[in-house]
Design a protein around this ligand. Structure first.
Ligand code: GLN
Ligand code: ZN
Length: 712
């Protein structure tokens, strides 16, 4: 059975109107039962198959739906359910979200995307449970569709686990081999194993051979389609081609057409990007398809990766500018592109020119502030006590605030009325912080829906969508802005709110900005410029905002870079170059501040350890960093290199639990054991926007008490 001519590696699952999000949250809150959740899931799956088939796609995937996460689904498939969750009523959601007694499994980013997966814990023994894929397979059959079940592949699964251990590959392969037998008994023709780890340095040719020689040798099995994506598989490609797998997926958006002979194989050529929102260049895509055919392969047309990283449907965005719309394609439009390309390829339509590689036209002057000692002296006038207390920026985003923004958008509130409400909220946050006795105040970010979208809405060159939701984890979605043109700041963005906050108090108020790397990481960006050039443009706009804040007399400005780690290239050989230009962009954005203005930055990844020297390179006067949640893992490393202010978070804001004075004191004591007291700041792990005022007041009161005790 040849591979179908056109396919997608996966499709969004949260629902075009976030139906799954609502159903999950209703189920978790006890407002709906299991049957309601099942019904919504079944409807979404049916809708997906109808859409894909209706648009003419010939190869339909199944098992791409998930109630939370596909890596968690794979853990369940393989019996990797830790003992402590087995007694729970619903072990699946207990692993994902935790229960009152048991914290959830860890969560981290899926390769270099903004999607987060649940990190599996490897069990003492694996045990296959194919209930979910079989259910979806049969459900599709009942609707008249023969599908290709999709799974995270064995090598990638093991590498994503908590303690990656490839020595367990043979055990895991036994389960995958059983799975193949079960699928064969169901008369499944093709199965897809996703192996994005093949584009990282962690996978060797030997791993590839061990995994796929073994699976190809299974006597009764469907044909095997192994999908590599998110980059160039390099040496793993010839290794994979040497095994008996029938089809190989290549991400031809992020990786080159290889020069490896692929005679006898099918290549599912990922020429339609699953990572951006741009229309595919048809001529260039055809050229790539013919080039792959010239390697001796049979060619099927596909997406570069799953479409789960892009929004559903451009037709839901009537207010986007027509010229921009004409350049865009969301998941449904990309399905149609795949189908059209497959037809054009089959019809031998002439290929177009392959566009020349984009030229980097950044000529940013090196940007430096004075040496730290001089800055420290210039900042002495701030008059801060030892162990100064502060927060990371946001205060609770209440329902009232969300409804204010909705009423402004619908025209029910005038700009002036909206402004008065926000100013009143800022006043409440300032008074609260004064009452609590915090040393460096914030305005609380009540005007921001999101730390990136807010800036995108105020910069030229960005568009925002109405329904462009993309799953971030579980039921959480983000609506990434679309950066489509040259970035300019038509007028100051944050100055009025910061100035209002400052007018209310004698204490220092931090200006609060999002850094250039984070703005770009959490947006869809143009493809006609190198990423570095795009980040530098955004840095230019933030630089102007920093200068304006400083000119109004703001003495502390925080520029957050929580996504610095996220854009780190998957191959180690490319990482240093990225970190160097990312750090340069940050320094350019912040160096418009005179030496007397204290620059803070904030990062919140437990894996910050990998990029510590780059964080140091940002040269911020004060770095606040998530620490409580990663159990202080970061602390040991912070001592080397860093010689400036540091605020490792003293409590985890992700939990509704209020930490006691003793708990905060003991975190602080751990910090003071590693760092000299004159450099330490006392702050929570991250912004407070997801918490309630009750929780925030109690927690910050304890934080201030703990800081005062430590000073004494
Ligand atoms: N200043 C932002 C806030 O407090 C930082 C958020 C973040 O680190 N993700 O919400
Ligand atoms: Zn944070």
């Amino acid at each position: 059975m040849p591979f179908p001519a056109s396919t997608v590696l996966g499709y969004p699952r949260i629902g075009p109107h976030r139906e799954l999000k609502r159903a999950l949250e209703a189920y978790w809150d006890g407002r709906a039962g299991r049957a309601d959740l099942d019904r919504v899931g079944a409807d979404l799956r049916a809708r997906t198959w109808h859409t894909l088939a209706g648009r003419g796609l010939s190869g339909l995937p199944s098992n791409t739906f998930s109630e939370y996460d596909q890596v968690l689904d794979t853990a369940v498939l393989l019996g990797a359910v830790p003992e402590r969750f087995r007694k729970e009523k619903d072990p699946y959601f207990a692993m994902a979200r935790g229960t009152a007694e048991t914290p959830p499994l860890r969560m981290t980013k899926w390769f270099d995307t903004n999607y987060h997966y649940i990190v599996p814990e490897l069990p003492p023994a694996f045990r296959l449970d194919a209930t979910k894929p079989l259910r979806e397979l049969r459900e599709a059959r009942a609707l008249g569709y023969d599908t290709r079940p999709v799974f995270v592949g064995p090598v990638t699964f093991l590498l994503l686990a908590d303690d990656p251990d490839l020595s367990r590959l043979p055990e895991v392969l036994d389960e995958y081999a059983k799975l193949l037998g079960i699928l064969a008994a169901e008369r499944v023709e093709w199965v897809q194993f996703d192996e994005p780890a093949f584009v990282t340095d962690a996978v060797t040719e030997a791993h590839v051979a061990a995994a796929y020689d073994r699976l190809a040798a299974v006597a009764e099995r469907p044909s095997l389609f192994v999908a590599t994506y998110f980059g160039d598989p390099g040496a793993t490609l010839p290794a994979l081609a040497a095994t008996g797998v029938e089809a190989i997926g290549l991400d031809l958006v992020r990786g080159p057409v290889p020069s490896v002979p692929l005679t006898g194989k099918t290549v599912v050529a990922g020429v339609v990007s699953g990572r951006d929102v741009w229309r595919t260049d048809r001529g260039a895509a055809l050229a790539a398809l013919y080039a792959v055919r010239d390697l001796g392969a049979s060619v099927a047309v596909g997406t570069s990766c799953s479409l789960t990283h892009v929004p559903y449907d451009l037709d839901l965005e009537p207010d986007l500018d027509a010229a921009l719309r004409a350049r865009l394609a969301f998941a449904d439009q990309k399905v149609t592109e795949v189908v059209d390309l497959a037809a054009a390829f089959a019809g031998g339509e002439a290929a177009g020119e392959v566009p020349a590689p984009v030229v980097d036209r950044v000529s940013a002057p090196p940007a430096r502030r004075g040496p730290y000692a001089a800055r420290r002296a210039a900042q002495a006038g701030l008059g801060l006590p030892p162990l100064p207390t502060t927060t990371i920026g946001s205060f609770p985003q209440t329902g009232d605030l969300r409804s204010l923004r909705a009423r402004l958008a619908s025209g029910e509130l005038s700009d002036a009325e909206y402004r008065r409400h926000i100013e009143a909220e800022i006043e409440r946050v300032i008074r609260l912080q004064e009452r609590l006795g915090l040393d460096v105040l914030v305005h609380g970010e009540p005007e921001r829906n999101d730390m990136v979208q807010y800036f995108a809405e105020h910069l030229d060159g960005f568009a925002v969508t109405r329904h462009g939701w993309v799953q971030s984890y579980g039921s959480r979605c983000t609506r990434p802005p679309i950066l489509h043109g040259d970035v300019r700041r038509p007028e100051p963005i944050t100055v009025r709110w910061t100035s209002h906050a400052r007018s209310l108090t004698d204490r220092p108020v931090k200006g609060m900005l999002t850094g250039p790397v984070t703005i770009v990481a959490w947006s869809f960006v143009r493809a006609d410029l190198p990423l570095r050039a795009v980040v530098h443009q955004v840095a230019g706009a933030i630089r102007e905002e920093v200068a304006d804040l400083a000119a109004t007399g703001v003495s502390i400005i925080q520029v957050d870079e929580p996504a610095l780690r996220e854009l780190l290239p998957l191959r180690r050989s490319a990482q240093a170059e990225y970190l160097s230009w990312a750090v340069d962009a940050y320094r350019r954005a912040t160096s418009s501040a005179p030496d007397g203005v204290q620059i803070h930055t904030h990062l919140c990844y437990s894996d910050a350890n990998e990029i510590l020297s780059a964080i140091d390179g940002l040269d911020a006067d004060v770095t606040t960093i998530e620490s409580a949640r990663s159990h202080g893992r970061i602390l040991g490393s912070l001592t080397d290199g860093f010689s400036r202010g540091l605020g490792p978070g003293v409590y985890d804001i992700h939990s509704p639990r209020v930490p006691s004075v003793e708990e905060v004191s003991s975190s602080l004591a751990a910090v003071l054991k590693t760092l000299p007291a004159d450099r330490v700041w006392v702050n929570p792990d991250c912004g407070l926007k997801t918490r309630t005022y009750d929780q925030v007041e109690a927690a910050l009161a304890n934080l201030v008490t703990a800081a005062h005790r430590a000073r004494a």
